[in-house]
Design a binder for this molecule. Structure first.
Ligand code: NAP
Length: 458
């Protein structure tokens, strides 16, 4: 794919960029390595000051940066602005907490390890490559960069090919904030060039947020080089609705959980699993709400759902819908692409999906909700877990025993009862099964790319 900003609402190519050649990549890797040799020795206080400066710049740039995000990937402008402010908060969070998360941990009784003193230290490991997706083009990068830079690593970004202007902004942001040149660099490269960067001895580790095929490729190259990898991959999150819940609230939150970010978030609710006692009422209200959603220009404040990121993304979803229809599923609302420019897809609700349909197991990356009917909580949990993914899961019930069971038995990295799955910097974020491995955010996120060093002083 060419490196270009193509407005998904119009299909117009706004800007194109050349990929770095091998000499350009070499220059960047050499600068990253050189920078790291001194950057790793900077103090937590110094790094915190730069992180706070970056946060202030992000907040100040929010309105203009949001326009770039929306023009490149199509999310509603208000959501783009929200993403920028959320990113500023994670920068401040690690400015505040990095020293505490990475403080040496002394052993209370060092004599057990034949030492006078013994402790565990968390030390930076070097340049880390981040291969990132377009769907939260600022947040995904900052949630990697904030802990990486706070820990004393340096960052190399290979961003998705459709968000180059946002990618370039991010390098500039860290430079303007005062970080040494080379502490964070954007490499405008294609996915084919990623392998040589991972294999470069100066690169210590890699993190990828994106699809399963990309994750498999990146992680296998990293394994071949015996380098650490973190993978944040896809999800097909269940949204379980049981009879004791407030149904109107579950419907309203369920719609929001499916359509936010134009339905293109890893943690959007994608499979609605509803108890038969409330199924008919839920479905009627849910379909009604979907039919009233405003699809259109993402720069219009009234728009709730903007376009998909690209033509191929829409083709893939239309194929998934057609396949479901062909296998006997019922398309209750939407299901088609409206006439006109841009890569819009009508918000869609589908029920009666048999296991033979691709939609039953595959991730629908767009505003397409699957609705399933179950007889009881046992069937709800079994169906929720009947997926190759394990990223997030939401469940709605006011019964305490059910809440406990769901929290314990839903097989996902993030479980929410009576709420929707969102990431918080205070809580670790990541998946199980094919949603990946490793964690971002919180203390776990900053420790992923450190050398956990055991020290004994005799
Ligand atoms: P994608 O195609 O995998 O792209 C993600 C990144 O990987 C892009 O920078 C892409 O570069 C690069 N890439 C693709 N194939 C590669 C390869 N073989 N080797 C090296 N790099 C490669 O994913 P997407 O379609 O943009 O994003 C959607 C997916 O990401 C969904 O499955 C979604 O659920 C998942 N996601 C997960 C999380 C999470 O936190 N778990 C968050 C957001 C999204 P190019 O653009 O140049 O191809």
């Amino acid at each position: 794919m060419a490196i270009a900003s193509v407005n998904p609402a119009t299909g117009v190519v706004e800007r194109e960029f050349d990929a770095l050649d091998s000499a350009g990549v070499e220059q960047a890797l050499s600068l990253a390595h050189e920078t790291w040799l001194t950057y790793r020795g900077t103090s937590f206080d110094q790094r915190a000051e730069w992180l706070r400066a970056a946060a202030d710049l992000l907040d100040a740039d929010a309105a203009s940066l949001a326009k770039t995000i929306t023009a490149e990937m199509g999310k509603p402008l208000g959501q783009a602005e929200g993403e920028v402010h959320k990113s500023a908060r994670v920068l401040r969070f690690y400015a505040e907490h990095a020293a505490e998360f990475l403080a040496p941990e002394p052993l209370s009784d060092p004599s057990t390890v034949d030492a006078q003193r013994a402790y565990v230290a968390y030390q930076p490991i070097g340049p880390v490559l981040a291969v990132m997706p377009w769907n939260y083009p600022v947040w995904q990068v900052i949630r990697f960069a904030a802990p990486a830079l706070a820990a004393g690593n340096v960052g190399l970004l290979k961003h998705a090919s459709n968000v180059p202007q946002t990618a370039l902004y991010l390098q500039e942001l860290f430079e303007r904030a005062g970080f040494p040149k080379g502490a964070f660099q954007t490499l405008l490269i294609s996915s084919r060039q990623v392998e040589s960067v991972i294999r470069d001895p100066r690169v210590a580790a890699v993190t990828l947020t994106g699809s399963e095929p990309a994750g498999r490729s990146v992680a296998s190259i990293a394994a071949d080089e015996v380098k650490k990898a973190v993978l944040e991959l896809g999800g097909s999150d269940p949204f379980v609705v049981l009879p004791s819940t407030d149904l109107d609230e579950a419907v309203a939150q369920g719609v929001a959980a499916r359509i936010s970010n134009n339905g293109q978030a890893c943690i959007n609710a994608k499979r609605f699993i509803v108890h038969e006692a409330v199924y008919a009422e839920f479905l009627e209200k849910f379909v009604d709400a979907f039919s009233k959603l405003r699809l259109g220009d993402p720069t219009d404040a009234a728009t709730q759902v903007g376009p998909l990121s690209g033509e191929q993304a829409r083709e893939d979803l239309l194929e998934l819908i057609e396949d479901a229809r062909a296998h006997g599923a019922s398309v209750l609302v939407g299901g088609s692409a409206p006439e006109g420019p841009g890569w819009f897809l009508e918000p869609t609700v589908i029920s009666n999906i048999p296991r033979s349909a691709r939609l039953f197991y595959e991730e629908a990356f767009g505003p397409v909700a699957s609705v399933h009917r179950v007889a009881d909580i046992d069937e709800a949990i079994a169906l929720a877990n009947d997926t190759p993914f394990g990223l997030g899961a939401a469940a709605w019930t006011n019964d305490e025993a059910e809440q406990q069971r769901l929290a314990a038995e839903l097989d996902a990295g993030n479980v929410v009862i009576n709420g929707i799955v969102v990431s918080y910097q205070e809580l670790p974020f990541g998946g199980t099964k094919r949603s990946g491995f490793g964690r971002e955010l919180a203390a776990e996120g900053i420790r992923e790319f450190t050398n956990v060093k055991s020290v004994r002083v005799g």
